[in-house]
Design a protein around this ligand. Structure first.
Ligand code: LIP
Length: 281
């Protein structure tokens, strides 16, 4: 990462920590729960307030920068990544966990220039774990260096995934078919934190050998993608090709051999891309 972005990264860490304080405080009060794409795709006023806090704070220091925010896109803003410096924000990754008080809730802030991630910050705010990475300079958790697991035997692996928010029977069938295939490789276990960003940080931390999911969004995984790469991990599409952060599909793993073995078991499908233009009114 160019030195010019160092102060931007420092700002991202500071605003993520402030956002985490807002999330923790909100847990002591009733959460106003709303829904988006379906009855189990939850959003709260806190998600919206935290995204506004982050964007307004960044705009004051970096007024020419662009933004892709989960709740801004939900409100109708286009999800387009240009070459301009762009902050890719999930104010609360793990909103369903937040609503239920399940302890994996993350503020995720990625930063891209020329469509290339320059830094990523994931603050798992109930664990008080600040995960960071800057391009070419490694990945860290609360200042401790992160490195992926050295385990390349998938039959000795722990794998993470999520069920997502679609309840379409055909989608659910593909999700469970992939899960069954992977479980019966066999792997040691399958886990899900309920947050894509936290799952990716668990890969970077070496306690999970692979994470895969179809249905995520760029704001869920942008920051975590650099944290995994800088911790020595690999990213790919669920079909084994190059990862595309707008495709809503990802495999993050400690090694190519583990990633490719997981890909063999995934029944791939293609949700509408994040950068699909909205339908004309
Ligand atoms: C969540 C992701 C998770 C996915 C959920 C949801 P959110 O993000 O982190 O991986 O399975 O459906 O999309 O909505 O809590 O920011």
């Amino acid at each position: 990462m160019a030195d010019v972005w160092q102060n931007a990264m420092e700002h991202a860490v500071a605003v993520a920590r402030r956002a985490g304080e807002v999330v923790r405080e909100a847990l002591h009060h009733d959460r106003k729960v709303m829904t988006k794409s379906c009855s189990v795709d939850l959003v709260t006023q806190t998600d919206q307030n935290v995204e506004t806090l982050i964007i307004q704070s960044v705009k004051e220091k970096f007024p020419t920068h662009r933004f892709i925010g989960e709740e801004s896109v939900a409100a109708g803003e286009a999800c387009i990544l240009t070459d301009r410096p762009t902050w890719i924000i999930d104010p609360i990754d793990g909103t369903t966990n937040f609503v239920h008080g399940f302890p994996f809730v993350a503020v995720s802030i990625g930063f891209a220039v020329n469509k290339e991630m320059q830094f990523g910050v994931v603050y798992s705010c109930l664990e008080d774990k600040m995960y960071t990475a800057s391009r070419g300079h490694g990945a860290f958790c609360n200042g401790e260096t992160l490195h992926v697991s050295q385990q390349t035997d998938v039959k000795q692996a722990m794998v993470a995934t999520e069920f997502g928010s679609s309840r379409d029977p055909e989608v659910v069938e593909k999700i469970f078919s992939s899960l069954r295939n992977i479980l019966c490789i066999p792997v040691h276990g399958v886990r899900g934190a309920g947050s894509a960003a936290v799952n990716m940080c668990l890969v970077a931390s070496g306690c999970v050998e692979a994470y895969y999911e179809t249905g995520i969004h760029i704001w869920d995984v942008a920051a975590g993608s650099l944290i995994v790469s800088e911790a020595g991990g690999v990213l790919m599409d669920v079909n084994g090709g190059d990862v595309d952060l707008m495709s809503r599909r990802i495999v993050a793993a400690n090694s190519r051999v583990v990633a490719e073995r997981i890909v063999m078991e995934i029944e791939a499908f293609s949700p509408p891309r994040d950068d699909t233009p909205p339908l004309a009114p």
